[in-house]
Design a protein around this ligand. Structure first.
Ligand SMILES: Nc1ncnc2c1ncn2[C@@H]1O[C@H](COP(=O)(O)OP(=O)(O)OP(=O)(O)O)[C@@H](O)[C@H]1O
Length: 343
């Protein structure tokens, strides 16, 4: 259950553009890349503070952060003979946006699942806000303030937008869908939760859709609902699972502003994303996984040019767009050509 003292708290957000499918502007972007190119990196106080604090951090794997909210040690997850996750040490800085990237099969989702209690590691420990969360259930992880978004499952698609929100207030919708729908369990707090859900739906411009089936929402609106649902429990840290996947270019800017607004409101954001342009535009720090391990971490501008990152992506996907024209950087090209000659 949500903390009674914080249950009705919804942080105000300003300057978040309308999340409509067809913006009023005539400049509708043709592609996600075009939409992202129109987005400046955030200049808010929180964005500047994040940049300032991380500028002093050495971009090396496992580096200590000045104020880590999440600290991971020796986490390993094996499936049969295959090691899906093998993370020696990772610290996630409080109050910044960290992107977790890597080629397909790198272990990002498995790592997310472990941290949020949806899977159990073969070994390893991690602490959140100084409290050990290894082996803790998903619902308890969420109650501790670390909440992840869920893609809209078939079951959740058949509920209305408002029902999705109320369900999220009960804990983790992926975990106890049936139990949460048993009316007597939640009747007492329903009014408070409904008010809070309405405030959040207004913030994400989904209030007009509250009685629609969630399954009828567009790709971008679903992503907004996923975020709104996660905020029902007032998280300290929010973990977003591919927030840009399946989103129409017209909604890309709005989504990015919403993600930045989470950080600007004081939340820590960790997100998995394949779209490197989105990563470059909104993340303060990037962690790169390949074959279960963390192979690089650093600020978005430089990490995309890291040799280990290029190798990881080229090894998995020769056509991956690293989002920063990093492969066109003369130094990177020279390195790649030299390697090619050696073969
Ligand atoms: N339940 C499972 N049983 C067996 N193997 C699994 C299971 N879950 C994941 N794997 C394997 O673990 C590895 C890591 O998968 P994971 O889905 O975590 O990668 P990912 O980085 O999230 O990939 P993507 O970007 O494609 O989502 C893959 O080789 C995958 O096949």
């Amino acid at each position: 259950m949500p903390d009674e003292t914080t249950e009705n708290k919804v942080t105000e957000v300003s300057d978040v553009p309308e999340a409509t499918d067809v913006p009023e502007s005539t400049d509708v972007p043709d592609s996600t890349v075009e939409a992202l190119d129109a987005v400046e990196r955030s200049e808010t106080a929180a964005a500047k503070a994040a940049e300032h604090v991380l500028a002093a951090v050495e971009p090396t794997v496992g580096v200590s952060k000045p104020d880590p909210i999440l600290v991971v040690d020796d986490v390993e997850r094996r499936f049969g003979g295959m090691t899906a996750v093998d993370v020696q040490h990772l610290e996630v800085q409080r109050g910044v946006i960290t992107a977790l990237i890597g080629p397909n099969g790198a272990g990002k989702t498995t790592f997310f699942n472990l941290l949020t209690g949806f899977d159990k590691p073969n070994q390893g420990t991690w602490s959140f806000e100084g409290r050990s969360l290894g082996g803790v259930s998903a619902a308890k992880v969420a109650r501790n303030g670390m909440v992840r978004t869920f893609q809209l499952t078939k079951a959740l698609s058949r509920l209305t937008v408002m029902q999705n929100m109320l369900l999220a207030a009960m804990g983790n919708p992926g975990e106890n869908l049936f139990g949460s729908l048993v009316k007597p369990l939640w009747a007492g707090t329903e009014k408070r939760n409904t008010e809070k859900a309405l405030e959040l739906l207004e913030r994400f411009k989904l209030d007009a859709k509250k009685d629609d089936f969630a399954g009828s929402l567009s790709g971008g609106q679903r992503k907004l609902l996923e975020m709104a649902r996660a905020l029902m429990t007032d998280p300290t840290m929010i973990m977003l699972d591919e927030p840009m996947a399946g989103v129409n270019p017209a909604l890309v800017q709005s989504l990015l502003h919403h993600i930045q607004a989470l950080r600007d409101d004081g939340m820590t954001v960790l997100f998995v994303e394949h779209d490197m342009h989105a990563v470059r535009h909104i993340s303060d720090w990037v962690v790169v996984m390949a074959e279960g391990k963390i192979v690089a971490e650093g600020p978005p501008k430089s990490v995309m040019q890291d040799q280990a990152v290029i190798d990881a992506y080229l090894g998995a996907h020769h056509d991956t767009d690293l989002g920063d024209d990093s492969l066109l950087d003369p130094a990177v090209l020279a390195r790649l050509e030299a390697e090619e000659e050696k073969r």
